[in-house]
Write a protein that binds this ligand. Structure first.
Ligand code: FAQ
Length: 320
């Protein structure tokens, strides 16, 4: 390493140690750049693939009000994808490259979006649990060492917290409704609980990236720490709803000051992230088809931009 590079590396290390933000034009180690591109692009993919399970219910929402709320939520997720793709682009990767990686199955997106939404109660469970888990994981990312990612996360988290509350409200309405409605809420809870715990990623002992990402202040808490916080926060909410957490081993541990919970089925998790979950193929096919069907929009936008540029160039020649 040359003396100049050593200086740059020392400056980078000092910035991280002092909790300052690294900005796109700052020098950064290749591995830091690579880790951020991986995490931010996977996060962006999760947001846009995450539109699909809920999008499934827009035409079948039970009232105009619920339809308008769900439509707004799904559009918010698209917006989150756009902020995140833009943040990743500042690291030197193009959107085309990222989308290509998603469409060819090279890039991951969150395991949670490979499960089906089979009843309206699932929309409540997704908002309550999936957005709840997303907030738990993402609030610390607002303090991530990479400036563009941290700033994108501030707005994302504000919107996710509205999403979580609308989900909880659907669950509350159903849990206080007819016995059939309450049963649907419990059934959705049973199916989404364990996959929501898996969203935080493998246990710390099996998480290859956590150690380095925590040293770089990308991640502030480990996967297991955030999962525990989520369990501790959500169990009292389930009690308030009058629903039963689908875990016979769940128990408050006085000594730890936390809930103990049952074993996660990691075989299921790894199987889903390998592409073999209940909806992986359907989700990927829907994304690829949307991308192909949107080609004319991208072409039209490019043609429009070229015409505008041509007009600007002509008017500046006339003015000169
Ligand atoms: N699913 O060493 P670690 C949302 C992969 S957004 C699939 O622990 P890391 C909003 C991981 O990538 C939800 N793959 O990795 C919404 C790595 O594979 P690789 C998304 C997973 O990065 C709500 C390998 O396992 N949120 O929900 C998963 O340090 C409702 C080893 O894992 C984010 O992306 C998983 N669950 O920690 C939208 C947040 N977990 O790349 C619509 C930002 C792990 O080596 C509707 N990301 N893997 O091939 C993060 O915080 C981190 O990347 C973790 C994983 C915590 C997800």
């Amino acid at each position: 390493m040359s003396p100049v590079e050593m200086n740059l590396e020392a400056r980078f290390e000092a910035y991280v140690a002092e909790d300052k933000k690294i900005e796109p034009k700052d020098w950064m180690p290749d591995a830091y750049r690579k880790t951020l591109i991986r995490q931010i692009s996977q996060h962006a993919h999760s947001e846009i693939v995450g539109m699909l399970p809920e999008g499934n219910w827009i035409t079948r929402a039970p009232s105009l009000k619920r339809k308008a709320i769900l439509l707004a939520k799904v559009q918010d997720e698209a917006g989150h994808g756009l902020y995140l793709y833009s943040a990743a682009e500042t690291l030197g990767v193009t959107r085309d490259q990222m989308l290509d990686d998603l469409h060819t199955g090279k890039a991951k997106y969150s395991s949670i979006f490979n499960y089906p939404t089979i009843s309206w109660a699932d929309i409540g469970a997704v908002g309550w649990l999936v957005d709840g888990a997303a907030i738990m994981n993402q609030v610390p990312l607002c303090k991530c060492s990479y400036g563009p990612y941290a700033r994108a996360m501030v707005r994302v988290c504000k919107e996710e917290s509205f999403h979580q509350r609308q989900g909880f409200q659907i669950m509350l309405t159903m849990a206080q409704g007819t016995p059939e409605q309450k049963a649907l809420a419990q059934d959705a809870f049973n199916r989404w609980w364990w996959p929501s715990l898996m969203m935080f990623g493998p246990s710390d002992a099996d998480s290859p990236h956590s150690g380095q990402s925590m040293k770089w202040n990308i991640k502030r808490f480990s996967n297991d720490e955030l999962r525990q916080r989520f369990v501790d926060m959500t169990v009292p909410q389930a009690e308030l709803l009058g629903l039963t957490v689908p875990d016979p081993d769940l128990k408050w541990n006085e000594d730890r000051g936390h809930y103990d919970f049952g074993a996660i089925d990691w075989d299921e998790f790894f199987n889903v992230i390998k592409g073999n979950g209940p909806c992986n193929k359907e989700r990927l096919a829907a994304r690829v088809s949307a991308h192909e069907r949107g080609a004319w929009v991208r072409e039209a936008a490019k043609a429009h931009a070229a015409k505008q540029a041509e007009r600007r160039a002509k008017s500046s020649t006339h003015a000169a």
